[in-house]
Design a binder for this molecule. Structure first.
Ligand SMILES: [Zn+2]
Ligand SMILES: [Zn+2]
Length: 347
């Protein structure tokens, strides 16, 4: 396969050059996380009952646990009085809220090893956070994301994600909002609904489906194994999902992460991000936006990193070395029980 595919949400071309897959040099080798960590780690700042860097002690929590990030990138204590920028430049206070969400008291499990109830509890926590943060004066937008695996820069395996609630909208989502609005104006249809319709009609890239939720490798995937998880009904943020929709989403989310881990029988690294509409805007601004979750896995093969270089960093467009249809088929075949389910968490 050798062609360019249009990414309608980002409004950019992706060069798909899957014929280069077998070229002799194809990326950096990274080490695998072979050893399973203990169920409780006395030195972990996320485990129940342990002290964090600022002296606060984590409660003996049972489900999820949310706390303000001890090293926030945005926060209410960010300096309000700034050095005036040089002429022609702009600056402003880095206000907002940064939090950490622990998925489970167990140090040694991943999202894939939680029960459907466990994942649904996490989604309920995200909903509650969205509702609470919406009332915060410094918050216009909320990015919920998980970096998983050492190749994404995470050294602590304790299952957790982060919340950056900011005064600005992150660039990718801003682009998606604008693309959605333009598509709606031009066609009268919701862009993401058109994507869902195209994926269902083709069918080759669908990875999982349950009730009102679906997962697929998009036609225009930039990364190998890039996967979108979405409710079928268009909502602005996860907070608007009904209990049934949320449970379906939890089921599919868990299913996808199990497939990731089963693929190479190893904890599969990824960057997961919830793409949600900005919170403070006029109603028409986000018409045509559809909440979804994106997985961006950095590995192309076991321990083989997809390098971002000239095209991606230098130019801003992706060069994909893999066929989305092939990668989706691999994930579709990797379902079933989690490969290490005999030791998995029962909660
Ligand atoms: Zn821990
Ligand atoms: Zn998106």
């Amino acid at each position: 396969m050798w062609e360019q595919r249009w990414h309608p949400l980002r409004e950019e071309w992706v060069i798909v050059a899957a014929h280069r897959q077998s070229r002799p040099w194809s990326g950096a080798q990274v080490g695998s996380q072979a050893v399973r960590p203990p169920a409780f780690d006395p030195t972990c700042y996320l485990c129940p009952g342990n002290a964090r860097v600022n002296g606060a002690v984590n409660p003996e929590y049972g489900g999820t646990f949310v706390f303000d990030n001890d090293h926030p990138c945005v926060g209410e204590h960010a300096p309000r009085e700034l050095v005036p920028p040089p002429p022609g430049y702009r600056s402003r206070p880095a206000t907002g809220v940064a939090r950490v969400v622990c998925y489970n008291p167990r140090h040694d499990v991943t999202l894939a090893e939680l029960s459907v109830e466990g994942v649904d509890t996490l989604l309920q926590t995200w909903q509650a956070q969205m509702r609470e943060l919406a009332s915060h004066p410094d918050v216009n937008f909320v990015l919920i994301f998980e970096n998983k695996g050492e190749v994404t820069g995470v050294s602590n395996p304790h299952p957790h994600c982060q919340i950056y609630a900011t005064n600005f909208t992150f660039k990718y989502i801003e682009t998606e909002v604008l693309a959605g609005r333009r598509h709606l104006e031009a066609t009268g249809r919701t862009l993401f609904h058109d994507i869902l319709a195209a994926e269902r009609q083709d069918g080759r890239r669908i990875v999982a489906q349950h009730g009102s939720a679906i997962a697929f490798v998009p036609y225009f995937a930039r990364y190998a194994y890039e996967t979108y998880v979405a409710p079928m009904r268009g909502v602005d943020t996860i907070a608007a999902l009904t209990d049934d929709e949320r449970r379906d989403l939890a089921t599919v989310l868990r299913d996808v992460t199990i497939r990731f881990d089963n693929l190479w029988q190893m904890p599969f690294p990824y960057v997961m991000a919830l793409h949600q509409a900005p919170l403070k805007r006029s109603a028409g601004d986000v018409e045509g936006f559809h909440f979804h979750i994106e997985f961006h896995p950095p590995l192309r093969r076991p321990n083989l990193l997809k390098f971002l270089a000239g095209p991606e960093i230098g130019g801003g467009n992706f060069l994909s070395d893999t066929s989305p249809e092939e990668k989706a088929a691999e994930l579709a075949a990797a379902g079933g029980q989690h490969y290490r389910s005999t030791t998995a968490c029962s909660k």
